[in-house]
Design a protein. Structure first.
Length: 100
């Protein structure tokens, strides 16, 4: 017999959701920073670096973040917030499992 929906803890009781107001404030601050970049004279490279840094700082339990450019010249890392991310990207490019 399948468990009823009334059994067990609610999804919002999990630790993942308990800090939602704080996470929302953090996300709002990150989006405000990103919006400021759009309105400024930042270069594409510095914008990509900022986006990877903000993503790594905002996403819980992450090692880092990276941006890969895929074009007619192939795949290449444009920015990485951590050397491990750069290495993972290099392995992806070497063995060609992604990104696509």
């Amino acid at each position: 017999m399948a468990p009823s929906l009334s059994e067990g803890p609610l999804m919002t009781d999990s630790p993942r959701f308990s800090d939602a107001p704080q996470r929302l404030e953090e996300l709002t601050a990150v989006l405000a920073q990103m919006g400021a970049v759009v309105l400024s004279a930042e270069t594409i490279d510095s914008t990509i670096e900022l986006v990877t840094t903000l993503a790594a700082e905002t996403i819980p339990a992450t090692t880092g973040a990276g941006v890969t450019l895929v074009d007619a010249h192939g795949k290449r890392s444009m920015a990485a917030s951590d050397p491990l991310v750069e290495r993972a990207d290099a392995l992806q490019y070497q063995f060609d499992p992604g990104p696509v």
